[in-house]
Design a protein around this ligand. Structure first.
Ligand code: DC
Length: 224
């Protein structure tokens, strides 16, 4: 086991874990793992190769030429074979395909060590679905963020609107519910809180409040 500390933030999409994780990582000066981006990059690569079947996706996962670079917004730019796919992988379609491939144990196995390699000094904030349960079971602090599907659909609606995309809340809610059901219902590494995770419902909280609360829970509240 590595002695490098890890904080895991798991939860469904729209729970706020992405923003909270990047802020926390930047405040601590730790590395950040966006594991969802790896599954999304795989979906993107499979799409480019015309692969829709998960057996072949595991093969692609093994050879994925992926790199992350710090982005100006504190997040990370994602490069596939040197090409910037940061925005391309953020679509609902890419998320849905990533969720489908992610249900295959061979795909998960192929991506496991790649995720563990992010554990570098001085520390790692890891964001995903199974960070606390499977990838870093010995993490120092485990947080599980959740929020009602309705609130998450509204948050997504606002985000998309800022980008000039006008998807109806009803459709987004349907997509979110479908993805939740698949991520929670799969046999391998389903989305669920680790037995030793702190569960935080962010439905009625602002982003600032969530960041503050997570910082307090992990004992880094003195950071500003
Ligand atoms: O967090 P996200 O929405 O970017 O993740 C996209 C999909 O990838 C998600 O619906 C399921 C899958 N995923 C996973 O199975 N395990 C992870 N640790 C992260 C993401």
């Amino acid at each position: 086991m590595s002695s490098v500390p890890v904080i895991t933030l798991d939860g469904p999409s729209g729970s706020g874990k992405g923003t909270v994780s990047t802020r926390l990582a930047s405040k601590l000066g730790w590395h950040y793992l966006d594991s969802g981006a790896i599954y999304r990059a795989l979906a993107h690569a499979a799409g480019l190769a015309g692969v829709m079947e998960s057996g072949a996706a595991a093969e692609i996962a093994r050879g994925l030429q992926l790199a992350f670079r710090p982005a100006p917004d504190g997040g990370a730019a994602v490069l596939l074979d040197g090409a910037d796919i940061t925005d391309a992988i953020r679509t609902e379609e890419c998320g849905a395909l990533a969720s489908r491939f992610a249900a295959d144990p061979a795909v998960r196995e192929a991506l496991l060590q790649r995720q563990r390699d992010f554990r570098q000094a001085p520390g790692l904030v890891a964001d995903g679905r199974d960070m606390g349960t499977v990838v870093f079971p010995d993490a120092e602090h485990k947080i599980y963020l959740t929020a009602s599907a309705e609130v998450r659909a509204e948050r997504r609606h606002k985000q998309l609107k800022q980008k000039g995309i006008n998807d109806s809340i009803a459709r987004l809610l349907e997509v979110i519910r479908e993805r939740d059901a698949r991520d929670e219902g799969r046999e391998t590494s389903p989305l669920k809180p680790a037995a030793d995770a702190i569960v935080l419902d962010t439905s009625d909280m602002s982003l600032e409040e969530v960041v503050e609360s997570v910082q307090q829970k992990v004992g880094y509240s003195s950071l500003s």
